[in-house]
Design a protein around this ligand. Sequence first.
Ligand code: NAD
Length: 362
Amino acid sequence: MSGNSSIVNSVLDQLSASGHKKVVYCNDPDTGLKAIIAIHDTTLGPALGGTRMWSYTTESEALEDVLRLSSAMTYKAAITGLNLGGGKAVIIGDSRKGKSEAMMRSYGRFIKNLNGEFITAEDVGTTTKDMEYIRMETSHVTGVPESLGGAGNPAPTTAKGVFLGIKACVKEVFGTDMLAGRSVVVQGIGNVGEHLVALLRAENVEVYISDINEERLQHVARTYKAKPIGADKIFGLDADIYAPCALGATVNDKTINKMKFAIIAGSANNQLADENKHGQLLLEKGILFAPDYLINAGGLISCYSELTGFGKKRTMQLTENIYNATRDVIKMSKTDNIPTIWAANRIAEKRIIDIKKIKSSF
Ligand code: NAD
């Protein structure tokens, strides 16, 4: 009993520390489903966030990840002006061999039982096919294929937002948002990275690419006339912009020291290993950082459009706002001499506080 209560306390303490509203553990031995759904904040609307399937080595590692990712979703929705809260889910397991229709439908029933408080979408390790299975049990899912009335793969919209975030930063640093002649290194040329490379090359940007998937690297290099480089060459490269589109935490003590970039702007979530420390270090080094959750919000906008029935035109308008939103963040960062990530956090938190107040009137 005392052992159990100390575990419960430690999880609840973590929720209090991170400001989370609710965490739901989903366990279905029949299908092998082990999942954690985290709902961070629902002031602005239902919590929307992807479901990640990953081979976490411990349950506490999975909890830590889902807490971190769900609070970032709250900030992303808030700064983008969407009426959504922040949530995320993780399924513990190997997405290549541990998935089944029954598991996904079982997971869909857990989501159904939350009565719309949580809405999911695809993420690392899940696909539009998985969303189709979830949709068989609940309507609280987005990112289903276009053939089934959904918005389909959100990656092109995400890439467009990142591209506009890059333009807003280039305008700040170089005085014009013309990209021709600039150089960008894109780390990770998957779904988002490849679309970003296409947009950059269409504006005559010199593009370097890096990926652990050699076959993909060569394919993207040939298709877009981009220059492949090894992972060990990225951080010392003499390029204007670094666009992380693979993993989080690539901006850290080791890499910042080597950087000669003027700008960091990419799609990966949680790019700064330590938000406070590395945000400050980049400010001191004069490297302009585009807050990741702001410029990669295109995917969330695409999901929101699917939910609300907005058409492609409105989706694009909302995505185009990322340019001005990035300019606003940069302006606040300069005026108050604070890292851009702090400025973004302030803007997002202010919207949540303001809307909380209006909700208190009958
Ligand atoms: P993806 O899985 O399609 O692509 C990731 C690519 O990165 C793959 O090609 C992979 O081989 C490569 N990669 C993995 N480890 C690497 C490493 N160490 N070095 C170089 N390359 C490596 O994922 P995606 O959908 O393109 O998303 C990319 C990033 O953007 C992820 O961090 C994701 O969370 C984030 N993001 C994606 C979306 C979206 O709409 N897909 C939205 C918001 C944020």
